[in-house]
Design a binder for this molecule. Structure first.
Ligand SMILES: C[S@@+](CC[C@H](N)C(=O)[O-])C[C@H]1O[C@@H](n2cnc3c(N)ncnc32)[C@H](O)[C@@H]1O
Length: 255
């Protein structure tokens, strides 16, 4: 993998993971991720977490499935995951670049991948998704969580509203309030949104459906994973309520 979101990038983040990376499961306001995992729980089934990070979802997967294969590009993240989940002996750890290395430990009935398909490079993303899809048994289920492009654009819209309410002139609000992506139209054109200075792929709901279908998976459910506004903005005013910002969570079945 070339620069950008490579192993060095993710290894570097490992030490301050909790400050840098949103914990999607913990911040999921309506608990849709946990509910879906529990809804597919089967102690005779195999599961995998593709891009497990420091292992936030592994304890739940370990309790719900017989064996859990945890894959990640970052050796440091995997080390932390192994230590944090040391009381869960049915988890196996695999250090892999899923974009180029399609070796899997075994096909699984249920796979999750939460905010891993983030790289701006389409080759990197499709390599990862291809490895994940190949790792599913026929009729296996993938639970995929990915940043929502609609949400990124919608957050900009609410930020503009906020600035206007504060009395900022419309042109100034656009110039100073909006992200560079929104100002130049880049986000709309290619789904790449800059988050904390890092170019990050975001997806339209339908884009996820079409992408998964091209990999042989049919979408069976789509949910919003909603988060509090404090995940987007500092010092959130009391009036700023729902709809809240979100990631997309898609459940798709292998044909
Ligand atoms: C934003 S973190 C999310 C981690 C975890 N899924 C969670 O929700 O806490 C993205 C993770 O994907 C991993 N990752 C990124 N590219 C990868 C690749 N090509 N192969 C394997 N893992 C990758 C990173 O190392 C990182 O741990």
């Amino acid at each position: 993998m070339k620069g950008g979101m490579n192993q060095a990038y993710w290894d570097d983040i490992a030490v301050r993971y909790d400050e840098e990376i949103l914990d999607a499961v913990k911040n999921d306001k309506n608990g849709v991720i946990k509910q879906s995992i529990r809804g597919h729980a089967d102690k005779t089934h195999l599961a995998a977490d593709f891009g497990c990070g420091i292992g936030k979802t592994l304890p739940l997967l370990s309790r719900c499935f017989s064996i859990v294969d945890a894959y990640d590009l970052s050796g440091k993240n995997l080390e932390l995951a192994r230590w944090k989940c040391r009381r869960f002996p049915n988890v196996r750890y695999h250090h892999r670049d899923l974009s180029t290395d399609d070796r899997i430990s075994g096909k699984v009935d249920f796979a999750i991948s939460i905010n891993v398909l983030l790289a701006p490079s389409p080759e990197t993303r499709s390599g990862i998704l291809r490895t994940i899809c190949d790792g599913l048994l026929p009729r296996g289920i993938l639970l995929l969580v990915a940043p929502s492009l609609e949400s990124a654009l919608y957050s900009d819209f609410r930020l503009l509203e906020w600035n206007l309410r504060e009395g900022v002139d419309y042109d100034d609000a656009r110039r100073e309030g909006l992200t560079a992506d929104s100002k130049n139209g880049g986000a709309v054109a290619n789904g790449i949104v800059t988050l904390d200075g890092v170019a990050t792929k975001h997806y339209l709901r339908e884009e996820l459906h079409v992408t998964l279908r091209s990999m042989g998976l049919e979408t069976i459910e789509t949910h919003k994973v909603e988060y509090a506004w404090s995940t987007e903005f500092d010092e959130v005013p009391a009036w700023l309520k729902g709809p809240y910002p979100w990631d997309w969570m898609v459940l798709a079945q292998k044909r």
